[in-house]
Design a protein around this ligand. Structure first.
Ligand code: PEP
Ligand code: MN
Length: 361
């Protein structure tokens, strides 16, 4: 698939003065809960109300959604507030029910995007409709799988598409519930500039205090919108309680976020510069993270050398590493001189790390 201009028409047609805001609870719980949240969101910049009706949970025993009855609550919320509605569909039956209840935007969850069979089934079920479909990234960091899902919808004749970046699963959890791996959506954006890109900071963060910064990064990277889990009583939500924010917090957030204005030459320049700088920040973060990982492996090697009484400096190995990196550097247009400087510094830090391990009593 190549970039297609028509992919983003649905969003342009909304003619919003700001990035698209999708908000609402992780799950629809009761009719009163859905209506309460919807009415509070009406007083914010929210255009689309989200609520999970069927919840794919990693482990059984957690709340798995209220099922089809919740679609009636979404319908009523739309009637009362004028908000568009959206929910996750994970099979053809969900699609039929969502269509019957006039859901405006369907999203494909991260656990569904990983399965080409199910994606195909959903695409077939939607054939001939003009629904807006948002495709979440797969749980694993695989751009082709993500794009493959977009292509399956495109080939089924669906042209109103968008993607949602919700982060990628990793075995070791650090700051985030799902690592952002910004490089992946940035690559996607470079290849498909007209495919609307929406951030889901809630499932990346897993906790509410990180949501603002994630949204700001996304806006600086020129994302087209955000989908934020919002609940009137987050701590007592039936699913994803730690990551939901209140409608009031959401409202304040939209005031505090720096939203980029797209007009005027000077602003255009500033916006472009900002985007490029944010891309550099993402890469710098990855650089330091990778260096940190490299040094912890050096520590392990230090321990191994210590227990086997081997000298820290292994000149032959070091020369091999250096020569290999000079050749690889050429491929990326990095001069030999630069690689030498960088690798001397890395090697020194590595030796210092190993020394510390070896001399530790
Ligand atoms: C959700 O949006 O509530 C959800 C289950 O998301 P994901 O598919 O990204 O885990
Ligand atoms: Mn959720």
């Amino acid at each position: 698939m190549k970039n297609k201009k028509e992919l983003g028409t649905w969003l342009k047609d909304m003619d919003l003065a700001h990035p698209l805001l999708i908000a609402g609870p992780c799950s629809a719980e009761t009719q009163a809960q859905v209506l309460n949240i919807a009415h509070q969101l009406k007083d914010t910049d929210t255009t689309v109300l989200r609520a999970g009706i069927w919840k794919p949970r990693t482990r059984p025993g957690n709340f798995e959604g209220v099922g089809a009855v919740g679609l009636k609550w979404l319908q009523r919320a739309k009637e009362e507030t004028g908000l568009l509605t959206s929910t996750e569909v994970a099979n053809a039956n969900h699609v039929d029910l969502a269509l019957a209840h006039d859901v405006d935007i369907l999203w494909i969850g991260a656990r569904t995007t990983v399965s080409p069979f199910i994606v195909q089934e959903i695409a077939e079920a939607l054939k001939g409709t003009d629904k807006i479909v948002l495709i979440k990234n797969p749980v694993n960091p695989d751009l082709s799988l993500w794009l493959g899902a977009v292509e399956r919808f495109y080939e089924a004749g669906m042209k109103n598409l968008g993607v949602v970046h919700r982060g990628f699963s990793s075995y070791e959890k650090h700051t985030y519930r799902n690592n952002p791996e910004w490089q992946i959506p940035i690559d996607l954006q470079n290849r498909f500039p007209d495919l609307p890109l929406i951030l889901d900071p809630s499932h990346i963060a897993g906790r509410r205090d990180l949501i603002f910064d994630l949204c700001q990064t996304a806006l600086d990277l020129n994302y087209d919108g955000v989908m934020v889990e919002t609940h009137h009583d987050p701590n007592n939500a039936w699913s994803d309680a730690q990551q939901q924010i209140t409608p009031d917090t959401l409202k304040q957030m939209t005031v505090d976020l720096r939203i980029r204005v797209q007009e005027g030459d000077a602003l255009e320049y500033k916006n472009k510069l900002n985007t490029l700088r944010t891309k550099i920040d993402v890469l710098d973060h990855q650089l330091v993270e990778t260096l940190g990982k490299r040094m912890s492996i050096a520590d392990e090697i230090g321990g191994l050398k210590k227990s086997n009484n081997v000298a820290i400096l292994q000149t032959k190995r070091w020369n091999n590493v250096l020569n290999k990196m000079i050749v690889e550097g050429e491929e990326y247009k990095l001069s030999e001189d630069f690689i030498l400087k960088i690798y001397k510094a890395i090697h020194q830090e590595s030796i210092d790390h190993q020394n510390k391990v070896v001399t530790k009593k």
